[in-house]
Design a protein around this ligand. Structure first.
Ligand SMILES: [Zn+2]
Length: 439
């Protein structure tokens, strides 16, 4: 899998969080079924925004890129997103990008102007495939920028001629720096090979970024990605989150305000191609879902299966006695264009079924369903937390007293003791083993 990574000049926002969660879930599912996955995601460390930020802050571009790359990984780790197998940096691939641009020039599909090198998209077969538009209709919709010497407004920069004070590298076609679309095609083909399986990114990258990556491979006569996966928007307050609307919400803020698992649950609750709405309410609702999963873990003494597996993800075989029908249903959902909302609904049905079985005193059957639910949640990257709250002597005394009151059918007394526990900050649950409390 190749997934376009960040341009490191600012804190990650919730849109970055979403696409990383979507592709993390896809990756985890492929691993769960026993496939080997090689996951590559790049870091763009030379770009207009980094140059601008460095100038604003009186720092060098590498200083800006290093700082924000560190913040990026912090946020991804907090989200439970597995690190890529490879995260190539654009600046480490300059020589190979120069080679590609030189070759495209030699083939006559690229041309040089006063300000750089451009790809002539009219020579690329099937250009417009990812935009789902013909070259003619794309051309009709393109904005003409008079300052550029491009032959067509759709042609894009492979190489940008050096400007005063900007980082630049030597090349046979002039000093400059690579265009953004060139780094991904070079790095994906280098690390994954021709005809690799999956290329992913946000819906906003399909055109022109992915189209232009593909165009370069096609112009080279090399098979590119066999499948494309694009995820939907994040909606904030009823509007698409975008730079121009200024309604970006920082992922770092969201993670500080809520259980980091809540955003993952919110993301998998929707289909990856649908828009998702991130509000205080939808996050709180996701936290309620987590409460149900954690309550299951407490009742059945379930452990964190992801941590226990010791490899960062779970395999189908990690729970030896998992319910085979539930496993088959999960696979059916996920194989159907990654139907995570359906899979999640099934997991919550398993949670209910586990409680129902245990309430009917089928402890063995209940525990098995609970373990299956925990396994499938873990397959989506959601660990369950049973919690180990310190229960003090006073609380233990109240719990014992309440159990005795219930045994004696003194429900008024039992309710009063429950209220007292709640006022001390405990959540009180009735389990077959008696009163259970947790923070
Ligand atoms: Zn890319």
């Amino acid at each position: 899998m190749y997934v376009c990574g960040p341009t490191v000049y600012d804190l990650p926002h919730i849109g970055h969080g979403r696409y990383n969660l979507v592709f993390d879930v896809l990756r985890r599912y492929l691993l769960f079924t026993g496939l080997h996955v090689n996951y590559v995601s790049n870091v763009t460390d030379v770009d207009d925004n980094i140059i601008k930020r460095a100038a604003e802050q009186g720092r060098t571009e590498p200083e800006v890129a290093t700082e924000f790359e560190a913040r990026w990984w912090e946020a991804m780790d907090a989200l439970g997103v597995l690190r890529p197998d490879d995260s190539p940096h654009a600046t480490a691939y300059i020589a190979q990008m120069v080679e590609l641009v030189a070759d495209l020039l030699a083939r006559g599909v690229a041309y040089q102007t006063g300000d750089g090198v451009y790809l002539d998209v009219s020579q690329v077969e099937g250009y417009g495939l990812l935009a789902r538009q013909s070259l003619e209709s794309l051309r009709a919709g393109a904005r003409v920028e008079s300052s550029e010497e491009k032959r067509s407004p759709l042609d894009f920069a492979l190489w940008k001629g050096a400007k005063e004070g900007e980082p630049s590298w030597d090349a046979p076609f002039g000093v400059g720096r690579p265009g953004w679309h060139t780094e991904c095609v070079v790095m994906s083909l280098d690390l994954l090979g021709d005809g690799f399986d999956l290329h992913g990114g946000g819906q906003d990258l399909a055109f022109p970024h992915h189209e232009n990556e593909r165009a370069q491979a096609v112009a080279e006569g090399r098979p590119f990605a066999r499948h494309w996966v694009h995820n939907g928007w994040v909606v904030v307050g009823g509007e698409k989150m975008s730079k121009s609307l200024g309604n970006f919400t920082s992922l770092t803020d969201l993670l500080a305000r809520s259980d980091p698992r809540a955003y993952r649950l919110l993301v998998v609750r929707s289909h990856y191609r649908s828009p998702i709405e991130v509000t205080t309410e939808t996050v709180a609702d996701a936290e309620k879902g987590l409460d149900r999963l954690d309550a299951l873990a407490r009742r059945f003494g379930l452990r964190d299966l992801i941590a226990e597996a010791g490899r960062g993800y779970v395999l189908e075989s990690d729970v030896a006695d998992a319910d085979p029908d539930a496993l088959a249903a999960f696979r059916g959902r996920m194989d159907d264009d990654l139907d995570t909302p359906g899979a999640l609904a099934d997991i919550f049905e398993l949670v209910t079924a586990a409680h129902t079985a245990a309430d009917a005193l089928d402890e063995t059957g209940g525990a098995r369903l609970a373990r299956t639910a925990a396994l499938l949640a873990a397959a989506l990257g959601l660990p369950l937390h049973a919690g180990d709250d310190e229960v003090d002597a006073e609380t233990r005394r109240l719990v014992t007293e309440r159990d005795e009151a219930r045994k004696a059918k003194d429900f008024a007394r039992a309710d009063a003791l429950r209220d007292q526990l709640v006022s001390l900050g405990w959540t009180v649950e009735d389990t077959p083993g008696g009163t259970a409390v947790h923070r």
